[in-house]
Design a protein around this ligand. Structure first.
Ligand SMILES: Cc1cc2nc3c(=O)[nH]c(=O)nc-3n(C[C@H](O)[C@H](O)[C@H](O)COP(=O)(O)OP(=O)(O)OC[C@H]3O[C@@H](n4cnc5c(N)ncnc54)[C@H](O)[C@@H]3O)c2cc1C
Length: 399
């Protein structure tokens, strides 16, 4: 741990990032590129592994977060999202994107950060944090200690800052399970199935990866019998012969952003801050973007030698400017979760074939049609649900 005569554990870094997921790595790259002494700590043994993700990322996300993806991180190009309702009717959100090799994607981000001078320490679990005057002290499970002027918490849904510092009340989470399956036919669409009999308060997906290979998964608030539900889903898709090559799963925060995403010399990003899409539950786009925003706040604080609360509160204002209207999204999600299968089918009838081209005039006509033919759907929040789908497009960080 001694490099060029300096003990890396006792030096004070400008920025210490906890967690080498997409959010932490993007923040690290940005900080190191701006000449900050940056270290990233992760408890895992290898960046990107194990994969716990459906691996899709929109082209809008790639552009919005300043990435130029190399070919090896892309498993497949896709045309957008196809929403499939209980009666099998489909509605499209045409927005191109990628299915990634997420492990390679995260390793590429790590390489970029490393090339800019960021130190990456794996196998290092942060167990304690203490803010002492002008710096944070981070205690490792191994007993080592690292110091930094600013900490960025990118430690995901089981955030060490949320656990240790209790700045906020805990968020709600739901649980996901996914198989990578060989022997399944798919095309160039991300198929999202709104089938509450198998995935109440969530949905199921088929995300094509390669020839006859796809990520098939579900996310739901009902954690019992996940495997049985996923197996039933695969058999309902008519797939008879298949081979599971990978199983993964995890929790996703679903109650929206934390009330306080910053504190004294501290910024919280990605899943740790509760930044996921309320409808589609993805969080990679939001993690990457909040990583960029947090890095810009840290860079300014160090450049101006301004570590005041006002300097860090900019972060909260910044993400509120960029991210979607969470109140509208969470309201729409509540209504959506209360829909029966027949109400979902009815909703599909009023949705345009392509959600992306739903003009204001069409919306007005649809509102009137619902009012005269299905007033019940109006009462049950049909328009709010449609609004939430609209706000879940890639440009609004939906995926
Ligand atoms: C089944 C499933 C499928 C999903 N599919 C998609 C999808 O297709 N598209 C999408 O956009 N999103 C998807 N998501 C969500 C997506 O994976 C997350 O939103 C995203 O990874 C969040 O990135 P992050 O950098 O905030 O956190 P994470 O990727 O969770 O990274 C956190 C890192 O912190 C490390 N860490 C945690 N605690 C400590 C500690 N105490 N000390 C040191 N290190 C620590 C962890 O090891 C980890 O490497 C899915 C999630 C699940 C569970």
């Amino acid at each position: 741990m001694v490099k060029h005569g300096i003990d890396m554990r006792t030096m004070t870094y400008d920025v210490c990032i906890i967690g080498a997921g997409p959010g932490g790595l993007r923040a690290a790259w940005e900080c190191a590129q701006n000449s900050l002494a940056t270290i990233i700590l992760d408890k895992k043994k290898a960046v990107g592994l194990p994969v716990h993700c459906g691996e899709c990322l929109s082209a809008a996300a790639v552009q919005n977060t300043g990435l130029d993806l190399p070919a090896e991180v892309i498993a497949k190009r896709v045309r957008g999202v196809r929403l499939i309702f209980p009666d099998d009717s489909a509605r499209k959100i045409i927005e191109s994107g990628y299915v990634l090799n997420k492990d390679k994607f995260e390793q590429w981000l790590a390489h970029k950060a490393f090339q800019k001078g960021c130190l990456i320490r794996l196998n290092n679990e942060v167990c304690n944090l203490k803010c002492k005057d002008d710096r944070w002290e981070l205690g490792m499970r191994s007993g080592d200690c690292y110091c930094a002027k600013i900490v960025i918490d990118a430690s995901g849904v089981h955030s060490v800052v949320n656990k240790r510092l209790r700045l906020n009340s805990p968020y709600k989470t739901i649980v996901g399970l996914q198989y990578t399956v060989e022997g399944i036919d798919s095309d160039s669409w991300l198929d999202f199935y709104l089938w509450p009999h198998l995935a109440p308060d969530g949905y199921l997906w088929v995300i094509p990866k390669d020839k006859r290979c796809a990520n098939v998964g579900l996310i739901t608030s009902h954690p019992s019998g996940l495997k049985e539900k996923l197996n039933r889903f695969i058999s309902q898709l008519g797939v008879k012969k298949f081979r599971i090559t990978r199983t993964c799963g995890g929790r996703i925060p679903v109650s929206g952003p934390l009330a306080a995403t910053f504190a004294n010399r501290l910024l919280i990003i990605g899943d740790a801050a509760g930044f996921t899409s309320p409808i589609f539950k993805g969080g990679t786009h939001l993690a990457l973007k909040s990583g960029c925003l947090a890095a810009s706040v840290a860079i300014n604080a160090l450049k101006n030698n301004d570590f005041s609360s006002k300097s860090f509160s900019c972060y909260q204002s910044l993400w509120k400017q960029h991210f979607p209207n969470y109140d509208a999204l969470l309201k729409g999600r509540r209504f959506l979760n209360s829909f029966t299968e027949s109400q979902l089918n009815m909703l599909a009838r009023y949705m345009p074939d392509n959600v992306e081209t739903f003009s204001t005039i069409q919306k007005g006509r649809t509102g009137l049609a619902i009012l005269f033919t299905s007033p019940g759907l109006l009462m049950r929040g049909g328009p709010q649900v449609m609004k939430a789908f609209e706000l879940s497009r890639a440009r609004w960080y939906g995926w």
